[in-house]
Write a protein that binds this ligand. Structure first.
Ligand code: GRG
Length: 295
């Protein structure tokens, strides 16, 4: 399997479905343009690809995974728009182009984020009425929980609280990455699993795997902020150190952060081999790609 080819196929399906959904969402101008601007800004589509990849790995219903994956991508995109606002990370660039509020103004950017978040659930629940599957609704509940006040929003809140903190705090860092970053990746993996009616043991193994993958993703994100290529990453780099943000690089240094990334990738793969054997090739390659990512 060549994961690059597989993900290209998934991303094309996701792009087409997102465009179809957003076109019919009923938002007026300029709200619709602001929502579409960020949705179509060229993200990696990592989360919907994960949902589709896990669903295919377990022989599930690809339509369900596509609908859940697109909802997750809308939620992810809202979080990026809000994260870039001056009251949060204050970033001028995202996905290689000016961030949403730089183009549409702060008010419309807040609303584009609100719109994507709310529409994500309108869309996923609407599709749920077509699928009529209890597992699908379990997935929507899981997504809501992991995006919300005990998930990504909680992680972002702690992250803001820890900015400029004088004392490095490992437990705060662990809380931040596991909620701000890993929860939405976990939601995507579990959405794929629910689309395949996965059993408890598979769900548990995938949850454990996703937490490791989320940790790996955050460490590589912090490494890219320290030593990545701005043109490839598509956003302003070096901000973590300048704003004395709590990250794996500011806490442990670059060499230890790289070591930790490698160890975490091995741990993630071990969970996969133990639970799924060679059938987990898609996720194994995802981990390897994440470890060496340049953007
Ligand atoms: C505003 C509630 C709220 C949350 C914001 C997304 C986020 C939480 C913060 C962004 C800061 C950050 C770098 C988080 C690390 C993980 C992350 C979400 C990175 C961006 O995801 P990618 O690389 O982005 O998958 P693309 O653009 O490819 O989709």
């Amino acid at each position: 399997m060549d994961i690059g080819i597989v993900n290209k196929r998934y991303a094309a399906e996701v792009d087409a479905e997102l465009e179809r959904a957003i076109s019919g969402c009923g938002a007026p101008e300029p709200l619709i343009s602001a929502m579409r601007y960020s949705i179509k800004a060229g993200g990696k589509r990592l989360r919907p690809c994960l949902a589709l990849g896990v669903c295919e790995m377990l022989g599930g219903n690809a339509e369900m995974a596509l609908h859940l994956g697109c909802g997750i991508e809308m939620i992810h995109t809202y979080s990026l728009i809000h994260d870039d606002l001056p009251c949060m990370d204050d970033d001028d660039m995202r996905r290689g182009r000016p961030s949403n509020h730089r183009v549409f103004g702060e008010g419309q950017a807040v609303l584009a984020g609100d719109g994507l978040l709310t529409f994500a659930f309108e869309y996923m629940l609407g599709m749920g009425l077509v699928h009529e599957s209890k597992s699908y609704f379990k997935a929507v509940h899981e997504i809501a929980r992991r995006a919300g006040v005990s998930g990504m929003v909680a992680g972002q809140s702690k992250d803001l609280e820890c900015e400029n903190s004088e004392t490095p705090d490992e437990s705060a860092l662990s809380f931040i990455h596991s909620h701000k970053t890993a929860d939405m990746l976990t939601a995507a993996v579990l959405a794929g699993a629910y689309s395949a009616d996965a059993g408890e043991r598979q769900l548990l193994a995938l949850e454990r795997f996703s937490q490791k993958m989320g940790l790996l993703f955050q460490i590589t994100d912090d490494i890219l902020d320290y030593s990545g290529d701005e043109a490839l990453v598509g956003k302003t780099l070096g901000k973590d150190e300048n704003s004395r943000k709590l990250t794996f690089v500011t806490l442990y240094g670059i060499d230890k952060a790289r070591e930790l990334a490698e160890r975490t990738a091995e741990e993630a793969k071990s969970i996969l081999y133990a639970a799924f054997g060679p059938g987990a090739e898609y996720l194994v390659q995802t981990v390897e790609k994440m470890l060496s990512r340049k953007y």
